[in-house]
Design a protein around this ligand. Sequence first.
Ligand code: HEC
Ligand code: HEC
Length: 132
Amino acid sequence: MRYKNKILVLLVLTAFVISGVAAVKAPQQKERNLKVLPKDISDEKLDSIMQTYNKALGVKCEFCHVKKKVYPGDMDYASDAEPKKEKAREMMRMTIDINQKYFPYQPGERPEYLNTITCKTCHRGETFPPED
Ligand code: HEC
Ligand code: HEC
C-alpha cells in the first residue's frame, strides 16, 4: 500500500472511532419539546400530568399526540403536528394564570404544578366543558 493510502485509511478509521464514541456518549434522552412545563420535569411527573388530561377531557393520548411517521406503532410525543396540542398549551397557560392570580399558594411552589383549578374543574370529562 502506498504511504498516502495508508494515511487515508488511518484517517477514515479514526473518524469512525470518534463518531462511534460520540454516538455512545450522546445523551440517552433527546431534547424534550416543552414550552409550558418545566424542562427538568421527571418522567413520572410528566406522565401523571398527561394522565390527568386524559381523564379531564375524556380522551386518549392520541387526541393531542400523533404517531411516528416511520414507525406508526409508536407515538411521537414531541411532535406538534396535532393542533389540539397547541390548544392544550394555551389552556395550560390559562390554568396556571388563574391559579397564580386568584388563589393562594406557597411562595416556593412551581406555578406549573398548582392544582386549585385544574383542567377537570371546567372540562369534567369532556373536550368541550358541559354548560351545567
Ligand atoms: C389535551 C392534550 C393532551 C393529551 C390528552 C395528552 N397530552 Fe401529552 N402533551 C400535551 C402538551 C400540550 C405537551 C407539551 C407541554 C409543554 O409544551 O410544556 C405534551 C407533552 C407530552 C410529552 C413530552 C414530549 C416531549 O416533548 O418529549 C409526553 C411524553 C407526553 N405528552 C405523553 C402523553 C401521554 C402518554 C398521554 C396519554 C396518557 C398524553 N401525553 C396525553 C398535551 C396532551
Ligand atoms: C376555565 C375553564 C377551563 C379550564 C381550566 C380548562 N379549559 Fe380547556 N376549554 C375550556 C373551554 C370553555 C373550551 C371550549 C373553547 C371553545 O369553545 O373553543 C376548552 C377547550 C379545550 C380544548 C379544545 C377542544 C377541542 O375539541 O377543540 C382543549 C384541547 C382543552 N380545552 C384542553 C385543556 C387542558 C389540557 C386544560 C388543563 C391544562 C384545560 N383545557 C383547562 C375551558 C377550560
